[in-house]
Design a protein around this ligand. Structure first.
Ligand code: NAD
Length: 328
């Protein structure tokens, strides 16, 4: 572990890409979900506020992973005019790590790439643990910034032989088709009703109304709901929660800001029906129990995912000599 006396490690956004890959993110995220379910890691309450300037939404997610000894905060949010005004991404975040023994600042790490890969890793962990082993058709709804990361991470979990893609505007679908081509997997642009063919369906949009309805989903499908991370967003028919088995990264977020918020609000399910995926990883819950079962992963995005991966970045960047260390 980095010592406080070593100074503060700064890892720039572009260095993060060089020092951690999808597999690193998978291992970090699976480990921290397991630690959360075992009671070894805790997310602290999330703050997310409209700041009244630049139409920005700003907040922070923090926590402490005693198993991985990661303490810190990811701070940032959404600045909708960034790309148009200054050519930088509308999503901006940075991770700050602190020495759990002293509270001293340990590292400052670019959080944009980390957010994308840790989010895709959560989806991948769910596919690995909950999709049918023979899943062969992958559906994806949404073709924005996160979608390419999602698709790439998902493709590493099963032998998919076909990809079905839907987006509100078909103009964005070629980015998914291009990635499918790199993996030599056929890609088809479809309407939501064609998702009945899919064995795994990822939703990664900013929608505020259901896009995937119950009759678009066949028995045995694994749903990976990743877009809903805020109160009011919604991607799937809440009725799916009453016919499927629900899993999540964190129950407290799932019922308030995750996809399950709507099924909870309308009384279709109660909180006790939602299983932390860490319990499946820890073999404390069976996960999928039949080939006909519909499983739902409500991936809301927890700060501990960011901290776990940021810790790996910090170590790797120092080892590679690509971090800047300053006394503080
Ligand atoms: P983006 O702005 O790049 O893309 C948005 C996507 O949503 C596009 O495919 C767009 O067509 C679609 N969309 C927007 N409004 C829609 C509507 N009304 N109906 C149907 N489709 C609509 O965003 P992104 O960075 O790709 O993020 C996608 C979503 O994932 C966002 O809601 C974001 O907040 C969420 N997200 C979740 C996590 C997590 O951990 N769960 C992490 C990062 C981002």
């Amino acid at each position: 572990m980095m010592k406080t006396s070593d100074g503060v490690v700064i890892v720039r956004e572009n260095v993060c890409r060089d020092v951690v890959n999808d597999r690193d993110a998978y291992v970090a995220v699976e480990g921290v979900f397991a630690a959360m379910a075992a009671g070894d890691a805790v997310n602290f309450p999330v703050v997310r506020e409209v700041i009244g300037h630049a139409d920005a939404l700003y907040g922070f997610k923090s926590g402490f992973d005693r198993a991985g000894m990661a303490l810190g905060v990811k701070s940032g949010g959404y600045w909708p005019q960034n790309m148009a005004n200054s050519g930088v991404s509308n999503h901006q975040s940075s991770v700050f790590l602190f020495d759990p023994d002293t509270g001293c600042l340990q590292a400052i790490i670019g959080g944009n790439y980390l957010t994308a890969v840790r989010t895709a890793a959560a989806a991948a962990v769910s596919i690995s643990h909950l999709a049918r082993p023979d899943a062969s058709i992958l559906g994806i709804m949404g073709a924005g910034h996160q979608s390419v990361f999602q698709l790439r991470a998902a493709l590493q979990q099963r032998q998919f032989s076909k990809i079905l893609g839907w987006n509100r505007s078909v103009d964005a679908l070629p980015r998914l088709a291009k990635l499918a081509d790199e993996y030599a997997i056929p890609f088809e642009a479809v309407t939501p009703d064609a998702m009945t063919q899919a064995d795994v369906i990822i939703t990664i949009t900013s929608s505020h109304q259901p896009l995937l309805m119950a009759d678009h989903v066949s028995p045995g499908t694994h749903l990976v709901c990743m877009g809903t991370d805020t109160k009011g967003k919604q991607e799937i028919d809440p009725a799916l929660f009453s016919i499927g088995t629900s899993f999540t990264d964190e129950v407290a977020q799932s019922v308030t800001i995750g996809e399950a918020q709507h099924a909870i609000a309308t009384g279709l399910i109660n909180e006790a029906a939602i299983v932390p995926i860490g319990r499946v990883i820890n073999k404390d819950h069976a996960g999928r129990t039949s080939d006909d079962e519909i499983t739902i992963f409500d991936g809301t995005g927890v700060g501990l995912q960011d901290l776990a991966l940021a810790s790996v970045v910090m170590r790797r960047a120092v080892e590679a000599g690509s971090a800047t260390t300053v006394s503080f």
